[in-house]
Design a binder for this molecule. Structure first.
Ligand code: FEO
Length: 634
């Protein structure tokens, strides 16, 4: 039997209060149920060990105060982690709020209370179920009730656990209520947590597993994974906010853990998932973040909102590096309206299920938040068919999602005038070449469309926020979209035993002596393809070499040639070379790729038997580099 199944029962959380002989006390309970309407009766189950149980037995009266999702952790600690036998839980009560039965109810962090009188009690061994008549009932607020599941996910801090002993093979159990860790071969049946006094049933064994950070975060109360050791998030902590304007905030996150973007592009400098919050009469959250950062993200959003809720969630783009936290955002603010265009919701619901509260906006349509007016413009295929940008009219900020984005986590500097752009440009171009480059024409159209707007700031969903060097970033994007190559030659080779690598050096020498200062040589087995594609996008000359491999070419080269023919970079001149081992195949296969991709071959291909140790081979390779270089120079 898996008793975790019981956690799926939809419990709420309540403060159960009572009063006897002048003593007020209360505790947290999760089992309250209305059983009849006429007469109006409820039942509540209380552990016999609780002091509150003892007092209810004696007084026959109690109140149920219904906690909301805004209840801070200290309320649960105050009523749940200490006993009224040793602490007067109402000693610092600022004002007495008593119901008709003279029992205190909790006026703050609650949305209703019930004043009750016990009519019968049923003994269930460890617990007593009190059946009670409801004497009075009052609604206190319109905040949603907290559920046990919500408490586990969003209120209870993740316990800070030292995993070292568990990693070293020791058996350890963690208290799911307070995080206390017990070490020992078995947890005794009568064990009671020394911190919060909960029993063995609230403990689970720590099983340390290392897993891919891209895997979904596990639900609470199952296994605790190593990558889930985030610091506890205190929602009442006032963190310094990052302002784009007085009421527009940056709430994005940095990712330095994911090794491969879209699971195939290396991230040596990380990446950021940017999100923005506009606080007005209505609150809009623009593009959420990758779901593995949901805890940090919600913390940042709540830190700005200080108790307000999100009214609109703007989805400029469906790709999961932004949208994968949408379910968590909807769970957090169930009334939020999800805003997208006519193409947004079919893919989104295919990923995450039905979205009940959605709003479809059209090209140029506006959405008022109060003083801030959002306007939506479609930019299909930058990066997916549903891609759009959101323009905020009063601040003149464009929230451009993937467009104008770049790789690289934000290292303190959020804005373009806070960093060295020369350092950042390579990461931005690599992002462009491998993600937006295939749809360069659509990117150009998007730039032209935005050209009609007055823009003070460009706020993409990856990389820097542009507020000073707008002309620089627009110029770079226009250059890359128009595919205006720079003077330079990329030599990339695949070599099993180094001979084709030696050939590459001779080719590069020919290009350099022809006057090309930017010659980039890459070993395809050592450098991930996205970096090479980035330089191919930048430079006009491309010379590719591959040794033979079973009648075909060095296998790693296949991905690069595929990417070239997929992305079709323009304004290039190509050359080919390679070693033939016993029967050749490298150059022949490259030539086939060149034919399929209509590469502009400007020099005769060079195929060398064995190593380049003969003068005629050396000359042919050198001249290959020189000829391509001459074509680059025009
Ligand atoms: Fe950053 Fe296409 O998602």
């Amino acid at each position: 039997m898996d008793t975790n199944a019981l956690f799926n029962i939809g419990y709420g959380l309540y403060v159960l209060t009572t009063r006897h002989d002048g003593i007020d006390n209360g505790c947290i309970v999760n089992t309250v149920l209305q059983v009849t309407s006429t007469p109006l009766q409820i039942v509540v189950s209380v552990n016999k060990g609780n002091y509150t149980h003892e007092l209810i037995k004696a007084s026959g009266v109690f109140n149920v105060s219904m906690l909301t999702t805004e209840t801070p952790m200290f309320v649960f600690e105050h009523f749940g982690f200490q006993s009224g036998r040793t602490t007067n839980k109402f000693a610092t009560c600022e004002a007495e709020h008593r119901a008709v039965n003279e029992v205190l109810y909790i006026p703050k962090y609650t949305n209703a209370y019930l004043a009750c009188h016990v009519s019968q009690s049923i003994d269930f061994g460890t617990h007593t179920m009190f059946v009670a008549e409801v004497l009075d009932a009052q609604v206190l607020s319109d905040k949603p009730s907290v559920t046990y599941d919500y408490y586990q996910r969003h209120i209870k801090p993740q316990p800070e656990i030292n995993y070292d002993n568990a990693k070293n093979g020791k058996r350890c159990w963690v208290c799911k209520v307070c995080g206390y860790v017990y070490e020992g071969d078995e947890l005794p049946d009568d064990f009671e947590c020394p911190l919060c006094k909960h029993g063995k049933e609230e403990f689970e064994e720590i099983i340390v597993e290392t897993h891919n950070v891209a895997s979904p975060k596990n639900d609470n109360n199952t296994k605790i994974h190593e990558t889930q050791c985030v610091a506890p998030l205190q929602n009442n902590y006032a963190m310094k906010q990052i302002n784009l304007t007085e009421n527009i905030f940056y709430v994005g996150v940095n990712d330095r853990r994911t090794e491969l973007f879209e699971n195939h592009m290396e991230l040596p400098n990380g990446v950021s998932y940017n999100s923005y919050l506009i606080v007005d009469e209505k609150v809009a959250l623009i593009d959420p973040v990758e779901a593995i950062f949901i805890e940090e993200y919600l913390f940042k959003v709540k830190n700005v909102l200080q108790g307000r809720k999100v009214d609109y969630l703007i989805i400029n783009h469906d790709e999961p590096d932004h949208s994968s936290s949408i379910a968590a955002v909807i769970r957090e603010w169930p009334e939020v309206q999800v805003v997208g265009n006519a193409k947004t919701f079919a893919p989104l619901e295919a990923f995450y299920g039905t979205i009940e509260n959605k709003k479809v906006v059209a090209e140029g349509e506006t959405l008022s938040l109060g003083k801030h007016i959002l306007q939506f413009f479609m930019v299909p295929m930058v990066h997916w068919p549903e891609s759009m940008v959101t323009y905020e009219q009063s601040s003149k900020i464009v929230f451009s999602n993937d467009a104008f984005g770049g790789f690289g986590a934000l290292n303190g500097g959020i804005f373009d005038d806070q960093v060295n752009l020369d350092f950042y440009e390579d990461d931005m171009r690599r992002y462009y070449a491998n993600i937006v480059g295939k749809v360069a024409m659509q990117a150009l159209k998007a730039i032209e469309k935005l050209g009609g707007l007055e823009i003070n700031m460009i706020a993409p969903s990856h990389g820097l926020v542009w507020r000073t060097n707008l002309a620089w970033v627009l110029g770079k994007y226009t250059q890359w979209s128009k595919q205006e190559s720079e003077e330079g030659v990329v030599v990339v080779y695949g070599s099993m035993h180094g001979n084709t690598g030696v050939m590459a050096d001779i080719v590069a020498r020919g290009a350099a002596e022809a006057g090309i200062k930017e010659v980039k040589v890459y070993d395809i087995a050592k450098t991930e393809v996205s970096f090479i594609m980035s330089d191919i996008w930048k430079y006009k000359g491309v010379i590719i070499g591959a040794c033979a491999h079973y009648g075909s070419m060095f296998p790693n080269m296949t991905l690069l040639t595929h990417e070239i023919n997929e992305f079709k970079p323009k304004d290039k001149v190509y050359g080919l070379f390679g070693g033939m081992s016993w029967s050749g195949g490298g150059v022949k296969t490259l030539a086939k790729c060149a034919e399929e991709g209509k590469w502009n071959l400007v020099a005769e291909s060079v195929e060398v038997k064995g190593a380049p140790i003969r003068e005629e081979d050396w000359d042919k390779l050198y001249n290959l580099g020189k000829t391509v270089a001459d074509a680059v120079k025009g």
